[in-house]
Ligand binder design. Structure first.
Ligand SMILES: [Zn+2]
Length: 418
């Protein structure tokens, strides 16, 4: 069987034919050169207007288009581009079906790289296929652009708003997910986490799609709450459990850090060093060493430990079946914390009191939408941003996030290369 037979089977172009296939050695690497030629009577297509036009001349030398490698052998299509004499566009180079514009990688090869970039980090993809990081990046960018243009935005009724720290310092990104059952994906990314950021999201979504939103999960970040109340009045704004737990942990950490400092200043033994994780983790997730440390700590009547016990106590809130009793519990918990003299925890309780209504919405949404979705997506996104450590630009991070979490569509094709 000839290579041409295989190529005609998996990558056939209507107005072109495969000619000679040569195996050569180029700078120490085996390379397949596949000559491509237009069909005898085929007219070229103008790359500007996309219409069939009479030929003008043929460019020399022929261009090389890198294709999916085969058995560790590089593959190139070799083709002499024609120019057309277009009545509307002038003398213009033709458009070929296997590549876009000046791109030197075939479209198939770019989709191939982009698909691998969902499974491996970009650097690994570049290494595996002996290509450049830049080529992988541009391929993913193309896939994301295509996917965003072709995705279906109907049926979005539940969304989650989340933020992620980006780069060192106080740079944030706002991410909006769709969290409908059966469709959980990243919908939108914006810079910062301001009122303006989320307003931009709603502008993008449009008033019609905003008006059918039923649930919006978010944290207690005021700018978000304000915009949600204004732009999606009919939706139930749910403060989700995951964000509340994260905030609670931050408060405990503040208590602990301050106390460790105070103890050190008074010359006490540093009991609180290496205690951070045993106070922040859920007890069932502690390692045995951390468990012993926690038991040690509980013997001292430390502020950090008291904060920890308050947090653990709060977990019961989520187990209530009846929202009425949950509300009672919340009120009692807040009163207890307000008497605790643990400033960061008091601030937390004040926050919860202020947003009681939105927190209680959690019970209305429970069982209707998957409330754990935001946490799952958040973990995934953090991993990507961390993996994306080498990304210098915002654009690269944005593309990586859409690519891995956007559940973006791909063009249909008869042969799957990977
Ligand atoms: Zn034209």
């Amino acid at each position: 069987m000839q290579l041409k037979t295989i190529l005609n089977r998996i990558e056939k172009f209507k107005s072109f034919v495969y000619r000679k296939v040569r195996l050569v050695e180029e700078s120490g690497r085996l390379t397949l050169l596949v000559d491509v030629a237009p069909r005898a009577n085929g007219q070229a297509i103008c790359s500007k207007c996309g219409r069939r036009r009479p030929g003008y001349d043929t460019q020399w030398p022929p261009r090389r288009f890198e294709h999916v490698p085969l058995w560790g052998i590089f593959v190139f299509f070799i083709y002499s581009m024609r120019r057309v004499d277009c009545p509307t566009c002038g003398v213009v180079v033709e458009k070929v079906p296997w590549a876009d514009g000046k791109e030197s990688l075939t479209r198939t090869y770019r989709w191939f790289l982009a698909r691998w970039a969902k499974r491996l980090c970009w650097k690994d993809v570049a290494e595996a296929f002996e290509t450049t990081w830049e080529n992988v990046f541009r391929s993913v960018k193309m896939a994301v652009k295509w996917g965003l243009e072709h995705r279906d935005l109907s049926g979005i009724t539940a969304i989650g708003v989340d933020e992620v720290q980006f780069h060192r310092g106080h740079h944030y990104l706002t991410l909006v997910y769709q969290i409908n059952d059966g469709c959980k994906r990243l919908l939108w990314i914006g810079k910062e986490r301001t009122t303006k950021t989320l307003l931009k999201f709603f502008r993008w979504l449009g008033p019609q799609r905003s008006s059918v939103l039923k649930f919006i999960c978010s944290d207690m970040w005021q700018p978000y709450l304000k915009v949600i109340a204004r732009k999606a009045k009919q939706a139930l704004n749910v403060l989700d459990r995951y964000h509340i737990a994260a905030k609670m942990n931050k408060s405990i950490d503040k208590v602990r850090a301050q106390e460790a400092k105070d103890l050190a200043a008074k010359g006490y033994e540093p009991v609180l060093t290496h205690s951070r994780w045993c106070l922040l983790k859920r007890p069932e997730n502690l390692t045995s060493k951390q468990d012993i440390k926690l038991r040690d700590l509980v013997q001292f009547n430390l502020r950090a430990v008291r904060a920890y016990l308050l947090k653990e106590d709060f977990q019961f809130f989520w187990d209530y079946k009846d929202p009425f009793w949950a509300k009672q519990f919340l009120t009692r918990w807040c009163t207890k914390v307000m008497r605790s003299r643990l400033e960061p925890m008091k601030k937390m309780a004040k926050n919860l009191r202020e947003h009681k209504k939105l927190i209680m919405n959690w019970f209305k949404a429970r069982g209707v939408i998957s409330l754990g979705a935001v946490e799952g997506l958040n973990n995934k996104e953090k991993l990507i941003v961390r993996k994306a450590y080498g990304f210098r630009t915002y654009e690269a991070v944005e593309i990586a996030l859409y690519h891995t979490m956007g559940a973006l569509p791909e063009p249909e094709r008869s042969h799957r290369f990977c």
